[in-house]
Design a protein. Structure first.
Lengths: 116, 112
């Protein structure tokens, strides 16, 4: 079955612009999490969605936002881009959220965002 | 604070077994041990997870000590494609994936 699909794979934006990244989870997965990965900070949690509701949020400014649609696909948006937003943005999907028990999360290949 | 401790790096010869240690001395009874790996600039790849029994799948084996304070991931016959950063993660059954702390992991380099 298809894995987690993130689009686009690469993106170059200018400071001050905004960007939207997309994540299609594995079929049947209802939980989607987003992470930012930079060389200096490692994997940092952005937010988590389940059934179209944001369930958890990391410590990022309000310029970072997201949403989840009824088909579980998710988008994240970054407004007023800064040079420091250059990173690999990863999306992970899992079958359920919270009170699930013994399952795993699967990651997409990520979107490499470069802000110039 | 990270719940796991891993060596920053290790080398392994191609064809030999790679044994990756992880300490999780504060693990609680409902927390699983998960292993992921990340090949350069790709998304993390799920490898294996377990609660207290040893686990094996087509990729690796997971050995968890009886007191559950440490575990070892075993790649039975390392290949050059196994060069990656390996992350050991502890996750409770009710923890959201968003709360996971991946830490710095172990950079494994498989050499010919």
């Amino acid at each position: 079955k298809a894995g987690v699909t993130q689009t686009p794979r690469y993106l170059i934006k200018t400071r001050g612009q905004q960007v939207t990244l997309s994540c299609s989870p594995i079929s049947g997965h209802r939980s989607v999490s987003w992470y930012q990965q930079t060389p200096g900070q490692g994997l940092q949690f952005l937010f988590e969605y389940f059934s179209e509701t944001q369930r958890n949020k990391g410590n990022f400014p309000g310029r970072f936002s997201g949403r989840q649609f009824s088909n579980s696909r998710s988008e994240m948006n970054v407004s007023t881009l800064e040079l420091g937003d250059s990173a690999l943005y990863l999306c992970a999907s899992s079958l359920v959220q919270g009170a699930d028990l013994n399952t795993e999360a699967f990651f997409g290949q990520g979107t490499r965002l470069t802000v110039v | 604070d990270a719940k796991t401790t891993q060596p920053p790096s290790m080398d392994c010869a191609e064809g030999r077994a790679a044994n990756l240690p992880c300490n999780h001395s504060t693990i609680s009874g409902n927390e699983y041990v998960y292993w992921y790996r990340q090949i350069h600039s790709q998304g993390p790849q799920y490898i294996i997870h377990g609660l207290k029994n040893n686990e094996t799948n087509e990729m690796a084996s997971l050995i968890i000590t009886e007191d559950r304070k440490s575990s070892t991931l075993i790649l039975p016959h390392a290949t050059l494609r196994d060069t990656a950063v390996y992350y050991c993660i502890v996750r409770g059954t009710t923890d959201s994936w968003g709360k996971l702390q991946f830490g710095a992991g172990t950079q494994v380099v498989v050499t010919p």
